[in-house]
Design a protein around this ligand. Structure first.
Ligand SMILES: [Fe+2]
Ligand SMILES: [Fe+2]
Length: 174
């Protein structure tokens, strides 16, 4: 997971997480912090492995091996909301902002061009899991919801999303 380590150490990635944090200090709802990104990364990988599509994922995106696939999935999860602060600042869709901001971080971390394409498309599609996001985009989208423990949330009565959330209807742990 050397390349993932480089993402975590990337100054611009850390800058974006800090920007998210300053805009969410008073937010009563879910935050877009490092813990959320890590939860989404882990759950996305669990979903991919449990779906029995890991071999297909490696083949389809010409990845070197299982370890490379794991790094691609973790990179997507760890970066998916890094553009949230741009949405707070000027209304840009945070999935599209994230896709744009993630690219240089991925390049610096040493991901190959075809891996960057897969990750960036998945991030751009993570809000609704649109088909352009591919398999990774779909898993990222589902993991994004599964990562939110709505059944235990103090803000659930005011949340516009709660009735659509799987974790509000059932107590699910990943
Ligand atoms: Fe998001
Ligand atoms: Fe998210």
């Amino acid at each position: 997971m050397q390349r993932v380590g480089r993402i975590l150490a990337d100054d611009f990635y850390r800058f974006c997480l800090a920007q998210n944090a300053t805009r969410e200090v008073d937010r009563p709802f879910c935050r877009h912090d490092f813990q959320h990104m890590l939860d989404v990364a882990r759950i996305s990988y669990i979903l991919l492995v449990e779906s029995n599509q890991l071999a297909d994922f490696i083949r389809r995106y010409r990845l070197k091996n299982r370890q490379a696939a794991r790094e691609v999935v973790y990179a997507a999860g760890l970066l998916h909301d890094m553009g949230r602060w741009q949405q707070y600042d000027h209304g840009e869709d945070h999935a599209l902002a994230g896709a744009r901001l993630a690219r240089p971080v991925l390049e610096r971390a040493g991901f190959a061009p075809q891996e960057i394409t897969v990750i960036v498309r998945a991030i751009a599609a993570h809000r609704r899991g649109e088909p352009e996001g591919g398999l990774l985009g779909r898993f990222l989208c589902r993991a994004d919801d599964l990562a939110r423990p709505c059944a235990f949330c103090a803000a659930r009565s005011d949340c516009y999303k709660v009735e659509h959330m799987e974790t509000a209807r059932e107590v699910l742990i990943y």
